[in-house]
Design a binder for this molecule. Structure first.
Ligand code: FE2
Length: 199
């Protein structure tokens, strides 16, 4: 059974007043995410990975020693990353559930310190990639950054929040200002209830 492009969990223009335009979502979801679905399906066809879950393929094809990951990994990991990304944002109120706030204070000192660390990770990722908030195997919360399609699944971490810092995610709305895009993401776009539900 081939993978499918999931619908956005909201209308294309639902985030426009919060700094992510309908045009961005038309390109990012309908074109870029769809390309990962189409190319990922093509890449696994007739291989041992056909019929496996996204997570099984990601963990099975990630090569920590490789300079560059292969086409199966790149497309399937990006398919998974974007599936998560749309769910992590939302048009509604974005009040942070108290259990998440408490965990961020325990692990980072304050919510603002977590946000600063997350923004620094995203802004400091050279080239394309992602910034993440993860729950490590020891239960602690950590901010990480990864290149291209690499994600926390590769390292057996639980993904709580991810921000796409590929240029296709911010260039229409923020041009080259990646730090402003990250600030807006954390302050206006994140669905903190979704993040808390992943803990
Ligand atoms: Fe993307």
């Amino acid at each position: 059974m081939a993978f499918e492009l999931p619908d956005l969990p909201y209308a294309h223009d639902a985030l426009a007043s919060k700094g992510m335009s309908a045009e961005t979502l038309e390109f990012h979801h309908d074109k870029h995410h769809n390309a990962y679905v189409v190319n990922g399906n093509k890449a696994i066809e007739g291989t041992q990975w056909a019929g496996k879950s996204l997570e099984e393929i990601i963990q099975g094809t990630y090569d920590a020693s490789a300079v560059a990951q292969n086409g199966i990994f790149n497309n399937i990991s990006q398919l998974w990353n974007h599936n998560q990304f749309w769910e992590m944002m939302g048009p509604g109120a974005n009040a942070m559930p108290s259990e998440l706030e408490k965990a961020l204070v325990e692990n980072f000192g304050s919510v603002d310190k977590f946000k600063d660390e997350f923004k620094a990770a995203g802004a400091g990722q050279f080239g394309s990639g992602w910034a993440w908030l993860v729950k490590a195997k020891d239960g602690s919360l950590k901010v990480t950054k990864t290149e291209n399609g690499v994600n926390p699944v590769c390292f057996g971490q639980t993904t709580l929040l991810g921000c796409d810092v590929w240029e296709h995610s911010y260039y229409i709305d923020f041009r080259n200002a990646r730090p402003d895009y990250l600030t807006n993401f954390l302050d206006n776009l994140v669905n903190w209830e979704n993040v808390a539900s992943r803990m």
